[in-house]
Design a protein around this ligand. Structure first.
Ligand code: A3P
Length: 303
């Protein structure tokens, strides 16, 4: 709902390539794109975020979209509660850019927040208080496929284009939260310029390969004492099939195309091979090499 004196800066974002006449509906904040959120005066709330007060035990899960935020949020939420019990809330209730300051204040400690925005938009106080950050990285070919399905299936985006053009759009960063390349390089810059900041990097591919070990590392980073058995139980509750079955029921089906929630889609490494042609993959590799030439981030596209 919109108040009459408030105009949402929504735009229908078009890709640059000439054969793409599709659009993606997002909100434009001075050239930075975020999704539309069903909150009155959303832009005002978003712009006020740097002034919000943090608590010392806040934890922020930070990632470009589709890197596995739901998965890691569920794991971290169970770890801090030290209970292998399904989290009744959904990740979206703790998504910084999708809530108001009032909601943020009302959340019980320790708050496990999540976000896809650049750090400049978050509360400055997070950084003054050195709140712990968990940063998730996933290979951008799987991200592109996952984001394509996300954009197609979530009705708010009004997007209905073919994969081929979408890949160009993804590379150009003409989506909410902008370019994966820019985001990843920016995170790298942050870590390099803040070598002492408590930030833990977790790769989606490592989680898929050995989630138990990765969850144990997370527990150590968070400083929560948990037994091996508890880690195993949390791990099993957070496996893809269990989450798909038990968390999907909390989704509002009307937000999805054909009333079919798609947040838990496939949950695999390498599904991109079913979508990218050989030519697309080669093109992507060469762009990746150019854009990430100086990057030290070691990403695996297969496991
Ligand atoms: P796919 O579309 O490739 O299946 P995010 O939570 O950041 O939006 O990321 C969503 C991606 O993570 C989706 O990828 C989704 O299926 C996958 N995912 C969600 N829960 C998962 C889990 N428990 N294990 C593995 N992958 C999961």
């Amino acid at each position: 709902s919109q108040s009459s004196d408030f105009i949402m800066p929504e735009i229908k974002l078009r890709a640059d390539n000439k054969d793409d006449d599709t659009h993606l509906r997002v909100v434009d904040i001075d050239g930075y794109y975020i999704p539309t959120f069903p909150i009155e005066d959303h832009e005002k709330h978003f712009r006020s975020m740097p002034g919000w007060k943090a608590r010392n035990d806040d934890v922020i899960i930070s990632a470009y979209p589709k890197a596995g935020t739901h998965w890691v949020w569920e794991v971290v939420s169970m770890l801090v509660r030290r209970k292998a019990e399904r989290i009744p809330e959904i990740k979206e209730m703790a998504m910084m850019e999708g809530i108001t300051e009032q909601i943020f204040e009302s959340l019980p400690s320790p708050r496990i927040m999540n976000t896809h925005v650049y750090f400049q938009y978050l509360p400055n106080d997070f950084f003054d208080k050195k709140c712990k950050i968990v940063y998730i990285i996933r290979n951008p070919k799987d991200i592109a496929v996952s984001f394509y399905n996300h954009h197609k299936k979530l009705l708010e985006y009004e997007f209905d284009g073919p994969w081929d053009n979408y890949l160009q759009r993804f590379i150009q960063g003409k989506t909410d939260y902008g370019s994966w390349f820019d985001y990843t390089l920016e995170m790298e810059r942050f870590m390099e310029s803040h070598p002492d900041y408590p930030i833990h990097v977790i790769y989606y591919e490592d989680m898929k390969e050995d989630s138990n070990t990765e969850i144990a590392k997370l527990a150590r980073f968070l400083g929560t004492e948990v037994s091996d058995e508890l880690i195993r139980n949390i791990d099993s509750l957070c496996q893809f099939d269990a989450m798909k079955k038990e968390k999907n029921v909390t989704e509002d089906v009307t937000e999805w195309r054909d009333n079919n929630p798609g947040m838990y889609r496939k949950g695999q490494v390498g599904d991109w091979k079913n979508w990218f042609t050989v030519a697309q993959s080669d093109m992507f590799d060469s762009i990746y090499q150019q854009k990430m030439a100086k990057s030290k981030t070691k990403i695996r596209f297969c496991i």
